[in-house]
Design a protein around this ligand. Structure first.
Ligand code: NAP
Ligand code: GLV
Length: 313
């Protein structure tokens, strides 16, 4: 049997993944392109994938596991030919969790202490010390209390911020006020100085940040989107920034990536653009995660981080 490794990678990146996966799973046969014959297709036992081309996981009769190397699996689930009865696991990588926490802390600290504004001041040659609010005077709302959102919320709370976390089901995260449901969301949006988005992209959360949601936010709040571009109605965000309802947006993800040349976000004084780098899967630690699931598959043990396809995450 063989393991199929597929992704939209540059050759050097693909080779790095292969090298680390081969080191973690030294006795495997690897297939690096969709099978070219029925015999080759019948050999594939598990597919390890980074958003491969739609259709590339169809026609694999003995496939028993799809292991995503990405945390978000919406692109895989949008592929109508994805085998329905094969377990789909998503990536939960300790190094990705650490990186996401760092990005969120940087954004909140920079907003609270006015550091983004100081960058603009420097360009104007202005010497003007801003006010210095305390962390405890700032409320941060983290949308999504899963692997990433829960850790981000806990780390912010540990730094002294007042933190609320919103999720589908009530979550228990140390030091974090748990919110859920429409009422919880309304309360959270109305009170937060910073809203961090770490929701998965599903039919329920697509276009989540629209004009109505911006209107429900506390005046002068800032949005930090670290999840997916399709969570935000970009025209509504631009309007909310122009009207002064929102103070700033820190955006790592966009409706179209790379962010098109000439897009209003690039040069907007109230927008900070990151190139979808808030938290990347680290092949060094992710290879061990893949190894764990392949070994569990062979041993008939429980697979980790399975996606509930009905829920979309
Ligand atoms: P996760 O562990 O599956 O957590 C998802 C959280 O969202 C859970 O708390 C879940 O609530 C909540 N949720 C889902 N649907 C909801 C809804 N309709 N209403 C309220 N809450 C809802 O996911 P994760 O690993 O933290 O990752 C989150 C997302 O981050 C990924 O899907 C991906 O899009 C994004 N991401 C971005 C980057 C980047 O570099 N920018 C990197 C990695 C991941 P329950 O707990 O009640 O189920
Ligand atoms: C990155 O955005 C991921 O979902 O892993």
């Amino acid at each position: 049997m063989s393991l199929l490794l597929l992704g939209r990678w540059q050759p050097a990146e693909r080779d790095r993944w292969l090298r680390l996966l081969q080191a973690a799973l030294p006795n495997e046969q690897w297939l690096l392109a969709p099978p070219s014959s029925a015999a080759e297709a019948a050999e594939v036992e598990a597919a390890i994938v980074a958003n491969p081309e739609p259709g590339s996981l169809a026609g694999l009769p003995n496939l028993r596991l799809i292991q995503s190397l990405w945390a978000g699996v919406e692109r895989l689930l949008q592929d109508g030919s994805l085998p329905v009865n094969v377990p789909l696991a998503r990536m939960v990588d300790p190094a990705m969790n650490e990186a996401m926490t760092q990005t969120a802390l940087w954004a909140v600290l920079s907003l609270q202490r006015g550091f983004f504004d100081l960058q603009a001041q420097q360009l104007r040659g202005e010497w003007l010390a801003p006010q210095q609010p305390r962390a405890s005077e700032w409320r941060v709302l983290v949308l999504g209390q899963g692997e990433l959102g829960g850790r981000v919320a806990q780390s912010l709370a540990a730094l002294g911020y007042s933190v609320s976390g919103w999720s589908r089901r009530p979550a228990q995260v140390e030091g974090v006020l748990a919110l859920h449901g429409d009422m919880g969301l309304a309360e959270g949006l109305a009170q937060a100085d910073v809203i961090i988005n770490l929701l998965p992209l599903t039919p329920q959360t697509s276009r989540f940040f629209d004009a109505a949601r911006f209107a429900a936010m506390k005046a002068g709040a800032s949005l930090v989107n670290l999840a997916r571009g399709a969570h935000v109605v970009e025209a509504d965000l631009l309007a909310a920034l122009e009207q002064g309802r929102l103070r700033r947006a820190v955006l790592d993800v966009f409706e179209h990536e790379p962010l098109p040349t000439g897009h209003a976000f690039w040069r907007h004084a109230k927008v900070t653009v990151l190139p979808h780098c808030a938290a990347q899967t680290d092949p060094r630690s992710a290879a061990a995660v893949v190894k764990g699931n392949i070994q569990a598959l062979r041993a008939g043990a429980s697979l980790q981080h399975l996606v509930e396809r009905q829920q979309g995450y």
